[in-house]
Design a protein around this ligand. Structure first.
Ligand SMILES: Cc1cc2nc3c(=O)[nH]c(=O)nc-3n(C[C@H](O)[C@H](O)[C@H](O)COP(=O)(O)OP(=O)(O)OC[C@H]3O[C@@H](n4cnc5c(N)ncnc54)[C@H](O)[C@@H]3O)c2cc1C
Length: 402
């Protein structure tokens, strides 16, 4: 059987970009293998259906993991020209997040799918790749629908995050079977399980959130925290989950990051003094959502029904302290189903700058399968597209040179 020039395992963000890039660089016989009934399913769920596909001034500091992203970001600082070539336009919000001009994720998927198909790439859907080996310089790719052969292979199957959208870790197993080292995997950009949140379930609070371990602050972010019965959630919590350490950590919320402790105390004192006749819980509604006020009073061991006028200066100081440093004991996120990305993956030192495996020439690795994950805000899709485009160029060079 004549081998394909290039076979890409996984028709997600990185795989589709790679197919287009390989075709743009002269490789016409490209085969994409996709285990789901459609290509790029995850893309449709990104950015709450709007697909935050990149960000302005993308920076290596927003990435974590053993792969050094700076080279790839320096070569591909902007993916907009790529999408413009595909006939898709974008807009940028005030925070620098880039979305399709249509504000619809399907526009991004359509742009990629039309271009890949237009370039002559074959997409084999509902086909799962289960094994990969190389014989006489040709790759043998085993799928649940039969065997394929290829001169070069791109592993673009993502990590383990959100397996319902296709990335079930099977592509990482293929890399491992080829002798490629994988760093430990864990869910990231996800809620952080926390104790003592039940009373706040459903509430959203603007604050500064810090992740602390052993008296050291690992990261602080500002934004909106959402409480669930068992976890802290919201974009700023997702960003903290990206750097969650091996040890149990504490998340501390500062509900008034723009105020000092004494300013907070002063505000609480004024609120209480002007509502002396009310209960403490009612008096504090001028400052907090009622449920949050009640919760804080309980955290300082005060009865919310107690008359506001009886709160002493020391108790108001304790309340201010609780509002400025509301601690939650948390545990490491363990659930890939609610994670947007996978932390860990193909170890950075396994890759050459062309994104080819150093151990097995002809295997390229792109997107989330690599041990690099970015903070929220378009970093991860940018990385998937940029590595896909780069590997398309590199694989074309490799195929032409062999
Ligand atoms: C709900 C959600 C929202 C997100 N929102 C954003 C956002 O707005 N901005 C952003 O930057 N990032 C976002 N992300 C992260 C981003 O989507 C991923 O980092 C990115 O899609 C990774 O691209 P990829 O090509 O590496 O993998 P994927 O997009 O996961 O694609 C991998 C593909 O490979 C297929 N596959 C896997 N194994 C096999 C196999 N053995 N055989 C055949 N096929 C296989 C899968 O079915 C899948 O289609 C979001 C993630 C989720 C889950």
């Amino acid at each position: 059987m004549t081998p394909h020039d290039l076979t890409i395992i996984g028709a997600g963000a990185s795989g589709l970009a790679c197919a287009i890039s390989a075709a743009e660089n002269g490789i016409k016989d490209v085969c994409l293998i996709e285990r789901l009934p459609r290509a790029g399913k995850k893309l449709l769920a990104t950015g709450n259906g709007r697909c935050n596909l990149s960000r302005e001034n993308i920076n290596a500091d927003s990435f974590h993991g053993s792969f050094d992203v700076s080279l790839i970001l320096a070569e591909f600082p902007d993916v907009r020209p790529f999408f413009k070539r595909l006939g898709m336009f974008t807009h940028t919000d005030l925070a620098g997040r880039i979305y399709p001009l249509s504000n619809t994720a399907s526009s991004v998927l359509d742009a990629l799918r039309f271009a890949a198909e237009n370039a002559g790439a074959t997409i084999l859907i509902e086909t799962k790749c289960t094994a990969l080996s190389r014989k006489n310089g040709v790759f043998e790719i085993t799928t649940d629908k039969g065997t394929l052969y290829s001169k070069a292979v791109v592993l673009a199957g993502g990590g383990c995050a959100s397996p319902v959208q296709g990335s079930d870790g099977s592509c990482l197993s293929l890399a491992k079977s080829a002798g490629i080292e994988i760093t430990p995997l864990r869910p990231a950009l996800c809620p952080i399980p926390a104790e003592n949140t039940k009373l706040l379930d459903g509430l959203r609070v603007k604050c500064a959130a810090s992740l602390n371990v052993g008296g050291k602050t690992l990261k602080t972010v500002q934004g909106e925290v959402q409480f669930t019965k068992t976890a802290l959630s919201g974009i700023c919590i997702f960003d903290l989950s990206a750097v969650y350490p091996k040890e149990k950590a504490t998340v501390t919320l500062d509900l008034f990051p723009e105020k000092t402790l004494s300013e907070t105390e002063e505000m609480l004192t004024m609120a209480v003094n002007s509502r002396k006749a009310l209960s403490s819980a009612d008096a504090l509604t001028g400052v907090f959502n009622r449920r949050l006020g009640v919760y804080l009073l309980k955290r300082i061991n005060q009865n919310p029904d107690r008359p506001a006028k009886t709160l002493s200066p020391t108790e108001l100081q304790a309340l201010a302290k609780a509002a400025k440093a509301l601690d939650f004991i948390t545990s490491a996120p363990a659930d890939f189903t609610s994670a947007q990305v996978t932390a860990g993956g193909v170890k950075g030192t396994e890759l050459s700058p062309s994104l080819m495996s150093k151990k097995v020439s002809g295997i390229f690795l792109v997107g989330e399968i690599i041990d690099a994950h970015g903070d929220c805000g378009g970093n991860n899709l940018h990385f998937a597209f940029a590595t896909g485009i780069k590997a398309g160029i590199s694989a074309a060079d490799f195929i032409k040179g062999n």
